[in-house]
Design a protein around this ligand. Sequence first.
Ligand SMILES: Cc1ncc(COP(=O)(O)O)c(C=O)c1O
Length: 383
Amino acid sequence: MSPTAIDPQPVPPVDLTAERAELGEAFFEISREVLGSNGYVLGPHVTKFEEDFAAYQRAKHGVGVGSGTDALILALKAFDIGPGDKVLTSPFTFFASAGTIAWVGATPQLCDVEADTGLMDLRKARAAMTPETKCLLPVHIYGQLADVRGFRALADEHGIPLLEDAAQAHGAERDGLRAGELGDAAAFSFYPTKNLGAAGEGGAILCNSDDLNGRLLRLRDHGSSAKYVHTEVGTNSRLQSLQGALLSLKLKKLDEWNGRRRATAAKYDAAFAACDAVTPLAVRPNSTHAYHQYVIRIHGDVSRDLVLEGLHKAKISAALHYPRPVHVQEAAATWGYKLGDFPVAEQLCDEVLCLPVHPFLCEEQIQRVIQEVIQQAQGPREV
Ligand SMILES: Cc1ncc(COP(=O)(O)O)c(C=O)c1O
C-alpha cells in the first residue's frame, strides 16, 4: 500500500505557505521596507494600492479601509442610510452583509436566492421593494457576480443606490462588468483567506463618484477633511501601509491565481457530472467566476453532513458556508423573519458543501478530493 493510502496528506482550505513561496523574496523585501519606514498607516503604499485595485476592477476610485465589514458600514453611512431605512440583501451570505445594515441603525430586508447559484434573485428583489427600501445590497456569493445590470436597473427605477457586496468577488466578471463598475459602490474584503488577501485585516470601497470618494475618505478618518478639521463624525478605519504594499504585490498575481481556481473547478465539474447525488452550483452564461469557493450540493438520500464527516476523516478541508441562513440567527430575531420565510436559502444551507479550490492545490490533491467526494456521496445514507 502506498504511504498516501495509509496516511493521506491534508488538503487545506488555503495554503499561505505556498502563496508566500510563490511570491518569493519580494514578499519579505516589501514587508521589511514598510516595517523599516516611518509610516505604518495609509501613505504612498496604500494610495498606490487604491489606484491599482480601482483600475483592476475598472472603477474610478478606491478607498482602503480596515476590513470588508467596515467597507460595507462606511458605504452605507456615505449613502446616509440609518434609522427608519431598510436595505435589501440576501439571507444566504456571511452575516456581515446584513449585520452591517443593522449596525448603522437601519433594518435588513431580505429576499430569497436562486436555487442553482445561491445569488440574490432579481425577481424576488423586485417583488420585495417597499417605499422604505433605501438601498440594494446584492452579494456576489462565492465569487460569482449577481445580475449587476438587473440590480442597477432596479435601483434606478427606485432612485436608490446600489451597493455590491464584493467581499468574495475580486476579479469576477458578468456581462463584461466587474464589481465596482456599475454599482454606486462595491465593498471588498482582504481577509487573508480571500482571493486577494492581506497579511491581516483589510478592505476597500470602490466607487465612480468624486463626491462619494471624498466622503468615504473623510468617514474612514474621523470625518476629517484636513488635519484636526472634522466636518462630520466618522471612525478610524484606515488601511495599514503593510497591507497596501502586500496587496499591490499580490494583485499582480490575481488573474493567474483566479485562473488556477477556474481550472480546478472545471476538473471538479467534469468529475461530478456523472454523480447523481452531487450537483455543483451553476455558473451563469457570460460569467467569469472567481471561485472564492467551489460549492456542490449534496442531495437525494445522501447525508451532506456524513459526506463532510467522511471528507474530514480523509483530511480534506471541506467546509459549510453557510450552515444557517441569516434570518434564523439569534442576532436577527427583531428583523421580522422566521424559519420558512426563505425556503431556497434554507435548503441551500442544508445541502451546500465547499471543497478546497485554492490556487496551490496540486493534481494529486485535486484527484483525491474528487475520489473522496464521489466515494462518500455513493456511500453514507440518511437513516
Ligand atoms: C460576503 C461577505 N461580506 C462581508 C464580509 C466581511 O469582510 P471582513 O471579514 O473583511 O470584515 C465577508 C467576509 O468573509 C463576506 O464573505
